[in-house]
Design a protein around this ligand. Structure first.
Ligand code: CU
Length: 106
């Protein structure tokens, strides 16, 4: 009986920890990123939120981690999963001054 309860607790605790692990958020507002540097673990995702009244176009040309989200409408958010370790520069194709670095660790 005690064994059963202990097992159930482990399962429940593991489940809630997983459910609470939310992505780090990066906001685009006033044509700047809310963070210039973000660190995440390989395989994790960042949530990019367009908090502006204009579209943005997130992309990366960093080798091995290239992506291009296309036009992202105001008020929407997009998750990007980073699968390669390294320093990945993320830019906005529309606004050349918008730049940030994502440090992906193993
Ligand atoms: Cu932009």
């Amino acid at each position: 009986m005690h064994k059963t309860i202990a097992f159930a607790l482990v399962v429940l605790t593991g489940f809630s920890a997983g459910a609470l692990a939310a992505n780090q958020m990066v906001y685009q507002k006033g044509r700047v990123f809310s963070s210039e540097n973000v660190s995440i673990k390989k395989g994790d995702a960042l949530t990019f939120v367009n908090d502006d009244s204009i579209p943005h176009n997130l992309m990366s040309a960093t080798k091995g981690s290239e992506f291009n989200l296309g036009s992202q409408a105001p008020g929407t958010s997009t998750d990007v999963t980073f699968k390669e370790a390294g320093d990945i520069q993320v830019i906005c194709a529309i606004h050349p001054r918008m730049k940030m670095m994502v440090k992906v660790t193993d």
